[in-house]
Ligand binder design. Structure first.
Ligand SMILES: [Zn+2]
Length: 264
């Protein structure tokens, strides 16, 4: 079997175990079915930018330099929710886009992904966001009416919780063993009144299981652009990572837009 196209963030479906799909060209590959197979990736030395143009290089994620500095999809509030301004009627790059993106229900959550972290996402992005981060457990802490408010809560809590996924620990299935219900109580107690009004009564800890046959004990991250070619037996998928034998791991999302040929 052989497929060619630009890498895209894997699509996911939450069942007992998360199901992953990789879109490549005109095909959608169910990655769970490829576990145990020896997969070969070949780099095709070009990117498709988010704007559809084929470019030799991207700047950040799948944005070419121009797109990264001009498109509202790469605006400041996308990466830093607390910098949102649409609720003030102020434009960063395109007010209409920013209003539709920022002025919608957002969630602040706590997740276990190699350690407890705090994060922000649009409410409509759950549980996708948790899966993309490879969380084993997550709980909703607060629900806000816009991105700015959620960003304020996250910034405040960054003094007390990590806001980063420790991907090496996540991929080795390590955890700090924290009880998310207790962590939620701790977060609530820390929040000042103007932010604690957004706290929800959610007591449900969502548990996520990934299709992994054996966890690596160490991790060696590979980029197809650097390797040129890579071949490995797929042993698992978690977050946006493909896990191979011999501790190799490949972050699909961070290579979005890069053209590859995949065959097995
Ligand atoms: Zn572009």
């Amino acid at each position: 079997m052989e497929y060619t196209g630009p890498l895209e963030k894997m699509q996911t479906h939450l069942a007992t175990t998360v199901t992953y799909y990789l879109s490549l060209g005109n095909d959608l590959l169910k990655m769970n079915d490829l576990l145990g197979k020896s997969l070969s990736f070949e780099d095709l030395q070009q990117y498709t930018c988010f704007c559809g143009q084929i470019v030799p290089k991207v700047f950040r994620q799948n944005f070419c330099y121009d797109c990264f500095f001009t498109k509202p999809e790469a605006g400041e509030a996308v990466f830093n929710p607390e910098k949102s301004k649409a609720h003030l009627g102020e434009a960063d790059r395109d007010l209409a886009y920013e209003q539709s993106y920022q002025l919608q229900s957002h969630v602040v959550y706590l997740a276990q992904s190699g350690g407890v972290k705090v994060g922000v996402t649009r409410a409509a992005q759950l549980p996708t966001r948790w899966i993309d981060q490879g969380a084993s457990e997550a709980i909703v802490l607060a629900k806000t009416t816009n991105r700015y408010e959620a960003g304020q809560i996250e910034v405040f809590l960054k003094n007390h919780f990590s806001d980063k996924t420790v991907w090496q620990r996540m991929l080795k299935n390590e955890s700090d063993g924290a009880d998310l219900l207790r962590e939620k109580e701790r977060a609530i107690a820390l929040l000042p009144k103007e932010l604690s009004v957004f706290v929800t009564g959610d007591q449900e800890v969502v548990r996520l299981q990934y299709p992994v046959s054996s966890w690596p004990t160490k991790t060696k991250s590979i980029k197809i652009e650097k390797e040129g070619k890579f071949r490995g037996v797929l042993t698992g998928i978690r977050g946006q990572y493909l896990i191979f034998d011999d501790a190799f791991v490949m972050n699909v999302r961070s290579q979005e837009g890069r053209w590859v040929r995949l065959h097995w």
